[in-house]
Design a protein around this ligand. Structure first.
Ligand code: MN
Ligand code: MN
Length: 307
């Protein structure tokens, strides 16, 4: 049987990479499909920390899929965020915790599992339970890392009771102290010293289209917003260039303080949309959003409601 490709979204975060690997392991156990995990971009430092900790190799890079290629999507569904050629691929499964995007469409029937929880790995854990699949230490560790990352150690409003309950159970199987490991994992992702401004705006960046308006929402985690703002001008230049090259109408760049749980946003393009969405007045293209840490819950719905 033809090999099925599993992958998360472009500019992959920890959930996209690790949930792909976990689904590969689940498929192997179930034995129905021959499926292999791939990634659609560079592995970030936070993800690498988790991979190293549990001694797992990163999946291979996938640039494009051929027409008719069977695929499984995790942690996304929108074609804006998926692999090149996705329009003509055969989507067999989607395991996701996001809204269904305008750009998602399939020709055939599929297994689509979505739950309103904080992380794809939480859904995969439920899938394992239903299918009676036992969890080994490494797989549990990968799932746990994805949950910590997506929920910012349960401080993000995307986090649910279910995520916490599953994470506590996984921490035991993975033999780690949830809080110690969790903080170390998140901190590993805040070392931004080696990134150029162009790389910085691409670490965790997603494209959305709503009512014909194409916008980009990127996010980085830090322990010091001020440190990042020292490069504000260079970041703005990179955002400007990216917008021109990709036909982006509005670019929102979130700098999220993972210790204080606030974000500073830099906004270029149709700024009036963002000002209305967040009820702020931008000064020098920027504003502070108190208590805002989630792109999915506190940024995207607000922009979409204005659009
Ligand atoms: Mn993700
Ligand atoms: Mn996710």
């Amino acid at each position: 049987m033809e090999e099925i490709y599993i992958f998360g979204h472009k500019n992959p975060d920890t959930d996209s990479i690790l949930s792909s690997l976990v689904l590969e392991a689940i498929e192997k156990t179930m034995g129905i499909y021959k499926a292999k995990a791939y990634r659609l971009g560079e592995v970030n430092k936070e993800t690498q920390y988790a991979l190293d900790y549990f001694g797992v190799k990163a999946p291979e890079l996938l640039e494009e899929v051929k027409p008719g290629q069977p695929v499984m999507l995790v942690d996304h569904n929108g074609f804006d965020q998926s692999v090149k050629g996705i329009e003509n691929a055969e989507i067999i499964r989607v395991i996701d915790h996001h809204n269904v995007a305008e750009s998602f469409k399939t020709a055939g029937p599929l297994f689509y599992l979505a739950m309103p929880v904080g992380c794809t790995a939480t859904i995969l854990r439920e899938m394992c339970k239903v299918s009676g699949i036992k969890m080994d230490k490494i797989t549990a560790g990968l799932m746990l890392s994805a949950i910590i990352s997506d929920t910012l150690l349960f401080k993000s409003p995307v986090s649910t009771e279910k995520d916490k309950e599953v994470a506590e159970e996984l921490a035991e199987i993975a033999e780690v102290d949830l809080n110690t490991y969790g903080l170390n994992l998140l901190k590993a992702g805040t070392d931004l010293s080696s990134f150029t401004p162009e790389e910085l705006i691409n670490i965790d960046s997603k494209t959305y289209t709503t009512n014909g308006v194409k916008y980009q929402a990127a996010q980085i985690n830090t322990v010091s917003i001020e440190d990042v703002l020292k490069d504000k001008e260079a970041i703005e230049n990179a955002m400007q260039k990216f917008s021109q090259e990709n036909g982006i109408d509005l670019f929102v760049f979130m700098i999220t303080d993972i210790l204080e749980n606030n974000s500073q946003i830099i906004v270029l393009g149709k700024q009036e949309i963002a000002e209305k969405a967040f009820n702020v007045k931008l000064e020098n293209n920027t504003a502070f959003l108190s208590g805002v840490v989630s792109r999915k819950k506190q940024i995207i719905p607000n922009i979409d409601s204005v659009l």
